[in-house]
Design a protein around this ligand. Structure first.
Ligand SMILES: O=C(CO)COP(=O)(O)O
Length: 249
């Protein structure tokens, strides 16, 4: 049985005030019993969030991490630093990092290892462009991104990874993948994992991301291979994020 995970990626948004509001709101919120929830704010808010989320079901995630533990890398943040602030999850390979910051599949692999090495659960983000989809190469692109990381990990490492399927054309556009489109790709990812290890494939948590909101979450989350959501814009609105969490029941 896979425990659903709803993760809110704030990207370069939010405020200290919003962190505190989330802590307050989720302290006594009605939520499904079996549900993991993560809030993934920008780095400067991690400490405040760590404190504000004590006694709530909210766990913390980071939006990226450097593959190294320390060193002369101005502007970067490492896995051990994140671990000190109680970070449970780290996004790796988000399409915005791949596109805007030129992260390659090798970079994504290195970041995945860095997270695993400090006991942080990597959320490996994969997804195709509209051009890929229109050209019929969605599955090739997605499985290349998945395989580049997963095929190089040991079994015990692979067990720790969460995969988020985020079609790039659905991110921030209001154009969600239909539940059938998402299910098709996500069952393909699970089947691919099954080629290595059937038990692992059954345990693998798969999240959908791309314009998930309070209205469409229930239908997406009802798909057999969708175990949760990676939510962008709607994760900044407390009521909407709470409603999405409730849909995961
Ligand atoms: O990129 C996303 C989450 O990582 C999705 O963002 P939106 O929910 O704003 O489309």
């Amino acid at each position: 049985m896979r425990t659903p995970l709803i993760a809110g990626n704030w990207k370069m948004n939010g405020s200290a005030e919003l962190v505190h509001a989330f802590g307050e709101r989720f302290r006594d919120a009605a939520l499904p019993a079996a549900l993991d929830i993560a809030v993934i704010p920008p780095f400067p808010y991690l400490h405040a969030a760590y404190q504000a989320f004590q006694g709530t079901p909210l766990t913390l995630g980071a939006q990226t991490l450097n593959p190294l533990n320390s060193g002369a890398h101005t502007g970067e943040v490492s896995g051990p630093m994140l671990k000190e602030f109680g970070v449970t999850y780290a996004l790796v390979g988000h399409s915005e990092r791949r596109q805007l910051y030129r992260e390659t599949d090798d970079d994504v692999y290195a970041r995945t290892l860095a997270a695993l090495n400090v006991g942080i659960t990597p959320i490996l983000c994969v997804g195709e462009t509209l051009e890929d989809r229109d050209g019929g190469s969605t599955m090739d692109v997605v499985l290349r991104q998945v395989g580049h990381v997963m095929a190089r990990l040991e079994t015990e490492q692979r067990e720790q990874v969460v995969i988020a399927y985020e079609p790039i054309w659905a991110i921030g556009t209001g154009r969600t993948a239909t539940s059938e489109q998402a299910q098709d790709v996500m069952s393909g990812i699970r089947a691919y994992q099954g080629e290595f290890d059937t038990q692992l494939a059954q345990q693998l948590r798969l999240l959908y991301g791309g314009s998930m909101n309070a209205k469409n979450a229930a239908e997406l989350l009802a798909q057999p291979d969708i175990d949760g959501g990676l939510v962008g814009g709607a994760s900044l609105k407390i009521d909407d994020f709470h409603a999405i969490c409730q849909s995961a029941g």
